[in-house]
Design a protein around this ligand. Structure first.
Ligand code: GLN
Length: 199
């Protein structure tokens, strides 16, 4: 089934190539989405890590917001890592004034939440649904999730405060860390399985 799936990667900015490689490693067709029309024919979309303020400015410039919101409302699965998590959040704390998102995840995320001491780091974390645990999670100036709506499932938490760093709401999946920067395919595989279930 997965060889028939076509998955887009929003290619405005960020670690697009790494997502394309990881997706292809799972056996799906992975394509760059540079223009809204490129969404046509894709079964799911990845919004990569990068810089959410820049990504949002470029998305605005290229008329991406309405098509992306429609794509999401049509029930297409989307996966966001780091800046992509921010793009899928309904609410952004410490964002650029008026920072726009695609939304869909009933969460509030705080940008650059980990602070300078742990600005970038790797941590072994348990992610619900993966076996064996843990998963090597790479955080780079990552956001965290501060409010989680009742329809949102928390898949992973970090630290003594048990801060949510991976969430799922229906066909939407998001991580504060970067599975595309490891060779561990399991989070991408989880997303591909989600796409297969919704396709
Ligand atoms: N701090 C970035 C932002 O606000 C996210 C960092 C990342 O994607 N590695 O978009």
């Amino acid at each position: 089934m997965s060889s028939l799936l076509r998955v887009g990667v929003l290619s405005l900015q960020g670690d697009v190539r790494e997502h394309l490689y990881r997706l292809r490693d799972t056996g799906v067709e992975a394509v760059e989405v540079r223009h809204p029309a490129d969404l046509t024919g894709t079964h799911g979309l990845v919004i990569p890590g990068g810089e959410s303020t820049t990504m949002s400015i470029l998305a605005e410039r290229d008329g991406f917001f309405e098509p992306l919101q429609q794509y999401r409302r049509d029930g297409h699965p989307c996966f966001g890592s780091c800046a992509g998590l921010i793009m899928l959040a309904d609410e952004v704390l410490d964002g650029r004034a008026g920072q726009r998102t695609v939304g869909g995840l009933d969460i509030a995320v705080r940008r650059n939440a980990f602070g300078r001491q742990v600005d970038s780091f790797e941590s072994e974390i348990d992610v619900i649904g993966l076996s064996p645990q843990p998963f090597p999670a790479i955080f780079i100036r990552a956001p965290w999730v501060e409010r989680v709506g009742s329809g949102v499932e928390v898949l992973a938490v970090w630290g003594p405060g048990r801060t949510p760093v991976a969430v799922r709401q229906g066909p939407l999946l998001a991580t504060a860390f970067h599975p595309e920067l490891t060779t561990d395919l399991r989070v991408h595989q989880m997303f591909v399985d989600t796409i297969a279930a919704y396709a």
